[in-house]
Design a protein. Structure first.
Length: 256
C-alpha cells in the first residue's frame, strides 16, 4: 500500500522565568510550554484519502530547590495514556480531552563529581540519539538514570534502569538496563560531529505482553519470544554553514 502524507504545522513556544509566587526563599520556579496545530493529509493507493486537523499542548515546571536538587514536572495532551500519542485529532463534537503526566522526576548534582547528574522518576529520555529510530521522542521512561558530561571534555556517558511493567503476579518485573558512551567534537566554526555506542539489556520480558507493544513479529500468543541485548551505533554530523545534517544508526539484537 502506497501512502503519502502532507504536514503543515504551526507551533507556539511559551516560557516564563522565576517569580516570587509559590517559591520559597532560596528556591526558584520556572515554567514553559508549547502548542502545536497541524494539518495532515494522507493519500492512499488502495483506500480513500483522509485529512485531519490535529493539535498538541505541553506545559511544564522546573523547581530549583537548591544548587544540587531540581524537580521537573510536565503535562501533555494524549490518548489513553499511549506514550507515543501526544497529538490529538479535532473532535468529536467539541468534547473535552484529558491531560496526562508527561514527566515527573528529580535531578541531583551533589555527588562531588563535576558533570555527573543523577535522575529518578518518570524522566525525559536521557539517552542521546541522532533521530527517533529506537525511541520516539515522546517516550518518557520510568526509573533511575545518570548522565555524565564535562563541558571541558568531549566524552559523555549515560546509564539507566527503567521499569517496563509492574505486576502483582511476580516479583520479577520486566525492566530495561542501558549504558551509552559517546563523544562530540567541533571542527572549525562550521562542522559538529557526535557519535555513541550503546548497549540495551532487557530482563524478564520473555513471555510478557507489554502494554503499547508494536505487535511486531517478535510477539507470539505467549508474549515476547525472547530477551533483548541490543547493540547500537549512532552518529551525526552537522554542517552549520550549509544547514545540512547527516546521521545514521546501526543496531542488532545479539541475544537471538
Amino acid at each position: 500500500m502506497k501512502m503519502a502524507a502532507v504536514f503543515v504545522s504551526m507551533a507556539v513556544l511559551c516560557a516564563g522565568g522565576a517569580g516570587p509566587v509559590h517559591a520559597e526563599p532560596g528556591q526558584s520556579l520556572r515554567w514553559q510550554g508549547d502548542f502545536l496545530i497541524r494539518y495532515q493529509q494522507d493519500e492512499r493507493e488502495r483506500s480513500s484519502d483522509s485529512a485531519h486537523l490535529k493539535y498538541r499542548m505541553r506545559m511544564g515546571t522546573l523547581v530549583t530547590m537548591n544548587e544540587e536538587l531540581t524537580f521537573n514536572m510536565g503535562f501533555a495532551s494524549g490518548t489513553g495514556g499511549n506514550p507515543r500519542a501526544r497529538t490529538l485529532s479535532f473532535g468529536p463534537s467539541s468534547g473535552t480531552t484529558a491531560l496526562y503526566i508527561d514527566y515527573a522526576y528529580a535531578d541531583f548534582t551533589g555527588t562531588g563529581i563535576d558533570g555527573l547528574v543523577l535522575l529518578a522518576g518518570k524522566m525525559k529520555n536521557p539517552l542521546w540519539q541522532s533521530h527517533e529510530i529506537l525511541f520516539d521522542n515522546d517516550i518518557t521512561p520510568e526509573g533511575f538514570g545518570l548522565v555524565y558530561g564535562d563541558v571541558c571534555h568531549p566524552l559523555f556517558v549515560t546509564g539507566g534502569y527503567f521499569i517496563l511493567s509492574q505486576t502483582t503476579a511476580t516479583l520479577y518485573n520486566p525492566n530495561l538496563s542501558v549504558i551509552e558512551v559517546g563523544s562530540s567534537h567541533v571542527f572549525g566554526n562550521s562542522v559538529e560531529a557526535k557519535g555513541a555506542i550503546s548497549l540495551l539489556q532487557t530482563t524478564n520480558v520473555k513471555g510478557q505482553s507489554l502494554t503499547y507493544s508494536s505487535g511486531s513479529n517478535s510477539v507470539s500468543d505467549r508474549g515476547l519470544s525472547s530477551e533483548y541485548l541490543t547493540v547500537v551505533s549512532d552518529w551525526q554530523m552537522i554542517r552549520k554553514d550549509l544547514g545540512l545534517t547527516a546521521f545514521g544508526t546501526y543496531f542488532q539484537n545479539v541475544a537471538v
